[in-house]
Design a protein around this ligand. Structure first.
Ligand SMILES: [Zn+2]
Ligand SMILES: [Zn+2]
Length: 269
């Protein structure tokens, strides 16, 4: 199996953004981020973020967008015209809306925003998503002691992100990590982390040429995939965001073969 090449520029930009997010996280008042761990809601697959009490600091949010602007324009000067438009449009009210829509994965809101303002289609969602992550990560740290599993087909129990990466730890235990909020939970070694299927005949571990420490676990029932990385073989263990980024070629391999992160939509199996 061949590995697909991902542009070095893309990886460099993403790793710079991850570094920014780590520093942003330190500037948030963690007291303003409070999960409301409602067991019934969690059992029903409602992500913790939906019921959390979070005080979003809008000046910080706008500052982070500025820092992203600097990074993106530096890489692609043509984007400066878009940021000129955006700086007019992105009021405090709009910023609140962006946060709300990013947390509920409302891509169509952002597509519409881009269309109305004449911005690149990817830009508003990309910015909003990048700037909500520090809050999600603080929320995940606070919720972590109560996160022991994910409900089938509901994604990450804190933020709702579809599963796509797990690490082998200790004796070979599979631990699923959310690359968006960083929360983690244990799962069976041979089980689909999307739909819960644990039939050995339909959950398969694919080896990838040249990858001694990585497999792609695929499920023939829901057509979901999970990258399973044996980070015990790493000298320095990267953060999950970096691990997800450096293994992005595995996502392409899985997707080329018709598997999706998240599996097929709920109820469609
Ligand atoms: Zn998450
Ligand atoms: Zn499955």
């Amino acid at each position: 199996m061949k590995t697909t090449v991902v542009s070095r520029e893309y990886k460099e930009l993403q790793s710079k953004i991850i570094k920014l997010q780590e520093s942003w996280k330190n500037s948030v008042h963690a007291d303003g981020v409070n999960p409301n761990l409602d067991k019934a809601a969690m059992a029903a697959g409602v992500p913790v973020v939906a019921l959390a009490d979070i005080h979003f600091e809008i000046p910080l949010f706008l500052q982070w967008i500025k820092e992203l602007e600097e990074l993106l324009v530096n890489q692609n000067p043509a984007l400066s015209a878009s940021f000129e438009i955006l700086n007019d449009k992105l009021t405090e009210t709009v910023a609140h809306q962006w946060i709300e829509e990013a947390l509920s994965f409302n891509q169509s809101y952002f597509n519409e925003f881009a269309r109305e303002t004449g911005l690149e289609e990817w830009l508003p969602y990309f910015l909003a998503e990048s700037a909500v992550r520090p809050y999600l990560q603080i929320l995940a740290e606070k919720a972590q002691p109560e996160i022991h599993k994910a409900e089938p087909r509901c994604g990450c129990q804190v933020c709702g992100e579809p599963v796509r990466i797990a690490q082998l730890e200790g004796e070979g235990q599979k631990v699923v990590y959310c690359p968006r909020c960083t929360v983690h939970w244990r799962d069976k070694r041979v089980a689909c982390s999307h739909c819960g299927n644990n039939d050995h005949k339909t959950v398969e571990n694919m080896n990838v040429e040249g990858e001694a420490a990585a497999q792609i676990q695929v499920c023939e029932k829901c057509h979901g995939y999970t990258k399973v990385i044996d980070t015990r073989q790493y000298i320095t263990k990267p953060t999950v965001a970096i691990l997800d980024l450096t293994t992005i070629h595995l996502d392409f391999i899985a997707q080329e073969r018709g598997y999706t992160s998240g599996g097929s939509p709920k109820g469609k199996n």
